[in-house]
Design a protein around this ligand. Structure first.
Ligand SMILES: [Zn+2]
Length: 729
């Protein structure tokens, strides 16, 4: 949804060196979210509309009627339709509608005209919303989303006049008129000419200014995603920006109609919860239908070394109880009709396979990688039914056949094997009809992969505090509260707070704890104190929850005396512990890990190829080389860069230093050439190696060099560049 409510300024602006285009301007207040923009190069260029912003639809067919309606309404308040040449610039003000000159109004009447039009706009809106049953005929003609901009005459100012806009593709947002308390839609240009009161509790920094309008609420300025961050007014602004990024990467509930969907890739949290601490916007967007996290008991504690630097410790028992369990759905679409000239049909294969070894572990957690029992006879695949499609619920191992098709004419069969490294479960098989044909040639097979938390998976609270799971601690080894005996689900390091200043997370922890004890949800909308009249109540946000904690028998500051789970000693200081809503992010080790002992190589350079998909290696470049050199790990360096990369043994002549001049001469041929050999290679029957330049094999030695180096020397030789090595034997 946030994708559909985003605006990109265009690729041209991204190249500009100036920062002006990325800045927040007064006219974008309330229309564009100041928080929800990515950091980095698209910052400020990719913006998101606020929750209250509406884009006016284009109604070209109604344009004429709207124009007549507006002119009629204006005629009642003194619009004179005379020629543009005849107007008196000292006393008349130009009126333009959608950039067309329509007449002029006496300058002294203009402010009353503007308020009259605004009143009509508000009336029309109230009528359209059904709040009013009757409406004046003149008001009927004025669209509720019309933009009324009045630029008064000012020396050196903008060209004065009244500019009206009624066409589509404009952004409008609701504000309240102070005098009548009626809602009115305003546009971007008119906003900069209006005095709108912000609910900051004070006078908005402009004492004595006569406000004509006021904002509906402080959350009007935030986008859909940004308004879901609890206590975002207590956080440092970049943290809220990070949360907006991460909210889109959470594994949550992406859709309700999962059985009817065939997504290419879809993550799903199996055990989501509704957050205890939530903003007012949360129920408005029906986020309970799409929950994307879990309430976790979080202790802020440096416990062992496993939670340093953004790493976090999870309670193993919590995970076993289902904390952050998730699945990945992938759909394989098989379309046999696309294969030209073949009459393929799904049919059980005639070819039989060896039976699988029985699975180990519960729920398929430890399926063997090569599931073949070599001792048994070939049998039909237990996964594939007689129709050639897999049985729903069947586990499929990597490389295992899970569907088969047979050519009705030739009898040749074709099978599909499971790609990737993970074991899948057949979640759903959907056959796709083709109208006239009776044969089924198209099927969507939905595969389910288990993605329960493993070490290295990414988690985040709603305050841009992301962390990586570093260890699953046994329940008995976790610290526990002396008071209640409660063990936390999650441990994070206190060093995550001072530099990031996510005070919102501390407050969420406290209010979440209080809410959990009381059994009620906590409103965590930002700028609550601003809404409550004035700054005097600022402290009350926490006070209310602190008192509730104290009533429930806890320390009102959220700290608790904790006992070390390993040694049984009481910690010297109180530990801050509370309930924080944690999201599981979809960056997982299972998708990213890259291991290689040996594998495919580039045929030209004989170096390992890159890319996880192909079983390639990770690039070990110059900087990595330097760091190993600096550590004095020369042997490791040699092992990585040479032995495990493109190890190659070749001949070199030590006299002339050439790699390319050596030539292997078979035994029989060597005598024919008449070359006198002094060094005879007796170990093999490969003959002797001679240097063609020195015409001798006396100085030829075998050396190990990276193959790319030999390749480089050969390439240079082809360009008449001699490359000789100084070899000391
Ligand atoms: Zn030589």
């Amino acid at each position: 949804m946030s994708h559909f409510r985003s605006i990109h300024r265009g690729a041209y602006f991204a190249e500009l060196r100036t920062t002006a285009v990325r800045k927040l301007l007064p006219e974008s207040w309330g229309f564009m979210c100041p928080v929800h923009t990515p950091d980095g190069s698209p910052c400020g260029l990719l913006n998101h509309l606020t929750t209250s912003c509406i884009v006016v639809p284009n109604e070209a067919s109604k344009e004429d009627r709207i124009e007549i309606g507006i002119i009629n309404a204006l005629s009642m308040v003194g619009l004179v339709r005379k020629d543009i040449k005849d107007i008196d610039p000292d006393h008349d003000t130009l009126v333009q509608l959608d950039a067309k000159y329509i007449g002029s109004i006496k300058t002294r009447d203009i402010s009353s005209t503007v308020s009259y039009l605004r009143m009509m706009k508000a009336e029309k809106l109230a009528f359209e919303l059904g709040q009013k049953t009757k409406i004046d005929e003149l008001c009927q003609g004025v669209p509720h989303d019309m933009e009324i901009v009045y630029f008064p005459y000012k020396k050196g100012g903008i060209f004065p006049g009244m500019y009206l806009f009624s066409q589509g593709a404009r952004m409008v947002r609701p504000v309240r008129q102070r005098s009548s308390k009626a809602i009115e839609f305003i546009g971007t240009l008119e906003q900069s000419m209006m005095s709108i009161h912000c609910p900051d509790g004070g006078d908005g920094g402009s004492r004595g200014l006569k406000f004509t309008h006021e904002e509906l609420g402080p959350q009007q300025m935030l986008s859909v995603v940004a308004s879901l961050t609890p206590y975002s007014d207590f956080n440092q602004s970049p943290r809220n920006m990070y949360q907006c990024q991460m909210a889109k990467q959470t594994m949550g509930t992406a859709a309700q109609a999962l059985p009817h969907r065939t997504d290419n890739k879809l993550y799903r949290l199996q055990t989501p919860q509704t957050p205890i601490v939530r903003t007012q916007r949360y129920p408005i967007y029906s986020m309970d239908e799409f929950p994307n996290g879990t309430n976790a008991v979080v202790a802020v504690l440096a416990y062992t070394g496993y939670d340093m630097e953004d790493a976090m410790i999870l309670n193993k028992s919590s995970v076993e109880r289902g904390f952050a369990h998730a699945s990945l759905y992938k759909t394989e679409s098989i379309n046999l009709s696309k294969e030209k000239g073949v009459n393929m049909q799904f049919k059980s294969s005639a070819r039989k396979e060896r039976p699988r070894a029985p699975p180990k572990g519960a729920f398929g957690a430890e399926y063997p990688r090569i599931p073949v029992d070599q001792s048994k006879q070939f049998v039909e695949s237990p996964i594939i039914d007689s129709d050639g499609l897999p049985r729903v619920g069947a586990p499929v191992w990597t490389g295992e056949t899970y569907y088969s098709a047979t050519d009705t004419l030739t009898g040749k069969s074709k099978t599909g094997k499971l790609k990737g490294e993970e074991t899948a479960v057949i979640d759903q098989v959907a056959i796709v009809g083709h109208g006239k044909q009776n044969e089924i040639t198209h099927a969507n097979i939905k595969l389910r992969f288990n993605r329960n938390p493993v070490i290295g998976d990414k988690f985040s609270s709603r305050h841009g505090q992301k962390g990586v799971l570093s260890r699953l601690y046994d329940d008995v080894d976790m610290p526990f509260s002396e008071n209640s005996g409660m063990r936390p689900d999650l441990l994070i390091n206190p060093h995550a707070f001072p530099s990031r200043m996510t005070i919102g997370m501390l407050i969420e922890s406290l209010t979440g704890k209080s809410g959990a004890l009381k059994g009620s949800f906590v409103d965590s909308s930002p700028f609550q104190s601003a809404e409550k009249a004035c700054g005097t109540e600022e402290l009350s946000i926490c006070q209310e929850f602190c008192d509730a904690l104290e009533t429930a028998g806890f320390c009102k500051t959220g700290g608790e005396t904790m006992v070390c789970g390993v040694s049984g000693e009481i910690f010297q200081v109180d530990t801050y512990i509370g309930v924080v809503y944690y999201q599981r992010l979809r960056h997982m080790v299972s998708d990213k890990f890259q291991v290689r002992s040996t594998g495919p190589i580039n045929p030209l350079t004989r170096q390992p190829i890159k890319g996880r998909k192909f079983g390639g290696g990770i690039r070990f470049g110059e900087m990595e080389r330097d760091s190993l050199l600096a550590h004095g790990a020369a042997y490791l360096l040699h092992d990585r860069l040479h032995s495990c990369s493109d190890y190659h043994v070749t001949d070199i002549c030590c006299k002339c230093g050439l790699l390319v001049s050596t030539q292997n001469v078979p035994h029989s041929a060597s005598t024919a050439h008449g070359v006198h050999a002094t060094r005879v290679d007796t170990s093999s029957s490969r003959g002797r190696t001679i240097c063609r330049v020195c015409e001798s094999s006396k100085y030829v030695e075998r050396i190990a060099v990276p193959y790319v180096f030999k390749y480089l020397v050969s390439e240079l030789a082809a360009m008449n560049i001699r490359c000789s090595l100084d070899i000391k034997v």
